[in-house]
Design a protein around this ligand. Sequence first.
Ligand SMILES: [Zn+2]
Length: 299
Amino acid sequence: MPVWTTLLVGKSIARLSRLSGRGGGQALPGLVAEQLDPKLLRKISQKFPQGIVLVTGTNGKTTTAKLLASMLEKKGWRVLTNSTGSNLKRGIVSAVIDGASISGNLPFDAAVFEVDEATLRLVAGLLQPKYIVVLNLFRDQLDRYGELDTTAALIGEGIGQTESTLCLNADDPLVASLVKYAAKPEQTMYFGVGQSVDHRPSLITATDSDRCPICHELLQFPRVWFGHIGHYKCHNCGYKRPKPGVEITSISEMTTQSSRLEMRLMGAKLTVNFQLPGIYNVYNAAAASAVATLWGLIC
Ligand SMILES: [Zn+2]
């Protein structure tokens, strides 16, 4: 079935379901479109001239995807996101249907989709994203999938189906270790918060990821920003925080509404204001900036 036919059928169902007052037409069009054409996502994967980015991890997916989309839009790109729907497979299909024009075209330069950690392996192979971003892996919200290692392996399975360049949090030991699944590990872009940032460090939380992902010995953490996010090293096997290509070198201002950050991006220095408070969002800003840097839009 041609892509435009599936998209138009999906759009009609969305309209009908809106008219009949059955919710916002989010889930049903995606489900029907998937039934009509299970290869829909594979077929649309080539329709974005600049490519697709998938953003996953326990916390910060929505914020990071929004930040990145707005950075791309400021450069004049038209960007499709799944910000109003779910981050499961049907939510991405629904976003594609919603974004399609009445003639079944997708008038976008790029797509930025946030993806649930266990869903990545169901969509990555089909979408063949240019970049995959992994933000962090926390245990507290992961009861639905079991152990952190299991979730990391699920994400790894998704990465393994692609040729994507990875964008990984250098300061999360388990996330940084996902490089082993990359088709082109040498192209991986890490992001993190640097040594000189003046921020009150916290103690590592016992329930978090404090074991070496390679040899399972306890990691040493000279610096911790929150949870298990910080600078680490394994004294048993030598595994350590990789050097980030995009690093926050200073947080010169942090109010309840915004942050002023100094960043080093592949050697270039930049000062940026983000309308988001808190150290969590510093990482989201670093992740979005890392992808924009990979795309050649910042420096
Ligand atoms: Zn180790």
